[in-house]
Every structure is written in C-alpha cells, then in structure tokens.
Design a protein around this ligand. Structure first.
Ligand SMILES: Cc1ncc(C[n+]2csc(CCOP(=O)(O)OP(=O)(O)O)c2C)c(N)n1
Ligand SMILES: [Mg+2]
Length: 159
C-alpha cells in the first residue's frame, strides 16, 4: 500500500486490520507528491507483489508522470485516485483556524475544479489503462478487475 489518500484515508487502518498481510507506506513528512513515485519504486523493488496506491487528486498532480514510468516498465501498480476536485484538507485547516467561510478568491486557491481533471484521460494518455467509478458497486468491480490485471491500472473514484 502506498497511501497518500489524505482526507479520504483516515479510516483505512481499521477497515484493513483483518486483511491478508501487507505493508503500509505513508508519507513521513508533510510534503505531498510522494504516493505515485513511492508506488513505482515499490513495484520495481518487489515485482512479485501487487502495489495498491491510494492517491488524493491534488497530491497526484504533483508527480503524475510516475504513471508513464509505470507503463513503460510494466509495473504491477493499481492506483486509486480520490477525485474530490479540491484540496479538502486545506479547506479544513482554514476552518480550523477560525477563518470562517472562504470568499471566492480564497476558495479558488483550495479548489482544483474548473476544469475538472480527467484522470482516466490523463492515465490513458501515459499508457495506463483506466476506468472511472461513480458508485461503490462500480468501484468494487473495477478494483477486483484491476487487482487481477498484470501491469499498471488506474481507477478514478469520483467523490
Ligand atoms: C510539496 C507540497 N506542496 C503543497 C503542500 C500543501 N498541501 C498540503 S495538503 C494539500 C492538498 C492535498 O489535496 P489532495 O491530495 O487532493 O487531498 P484531499 O485534501 O483533497 O483529501 C496541499 C496543497 C504540501 N504539503 N506539500
Ligand atoms: Mg482532493
């Protein structure tokens, strides 16, 4: 597991406590952009193991080119991008300091929509097969297929 899921991921430890044995790698500092290259390196180091990368959409854009490396090297990585079209954690931080409801200019600094990123197109454009899940049922089917596939895959999980 390469976990850079940021606000989506806070509950995953409890939910995966009884899962088959796995290693869980998190960002040890605060600098985002680690998730995709970390997954890439893990797949190079352990070609016999599946790597699942849990990735925030904002964080993923910092190092999106890692997908191309995964395609070129045929690496066994499934990336799930949590597409909430925002830097959600920074919105929470703004609220936590008591700054109130952000105005338009502040909100624009925290939102990464307009245009929304098309993660399926981004991945395919770098040679990584990709699908979009808009329901939990679609996600379950796509994740099952992705984990069974050899080589890199990406699922855009629309939140
Ligand atoms: C290199 C770097 N640039 C900027 C930041 C500030 N920062 C912290 S979290 C974050 C946004 C994360 O957004 P996303 O990955 O979409 O996760 P979400 O909060 O939406 O769950 C940013 C820009 C940082 N920590 N590191
Ligand atoms: Mg986000």
């Amino acid at each position: 597991m390469s976990d850079e899921s940021v606000t989506t991921g806070r509950g995953f430890f409890k939910q995966t406590a009884g899962a088959p044995p796995h290693d869980w790698m998190n960002n040890m500092g605060g600098s985002i952009g680690l998730g995709l290259p970390l997954a890439t390196g893990a797949a190079v180091a352990c070609p016999d193991r599946k790597v699942l990368c849990l990735e925030g959409d904002g964080s993923g854009m910092y190092t999106v080119q890692a997908l191309w490396t995964q395609a070129r090297e045929g690496l066994n990585v499934t990336t799930v991008v949590f597409a909430n079209h925002t830097y959600a954690i920074l919105r929470h931080e703004l609220a936590n300091v008591g700054a109130g409801t952000p105005g338009k200019r502040a909100a624009d600094m925290l939102d990464i929509g307009r245009p929304d990123l098309d993660w399926v197109a981004l991945a395919r454009g770098m040679g990584v097969p990709a699908t979009r899940a808009t329901t939990a049922d679609e996600f379950n089917k796509q994740l099952t297929a992705a984990l069974a596939a050899a080589g890199p895959t990406l699922i855009e999980a629309v939140l």
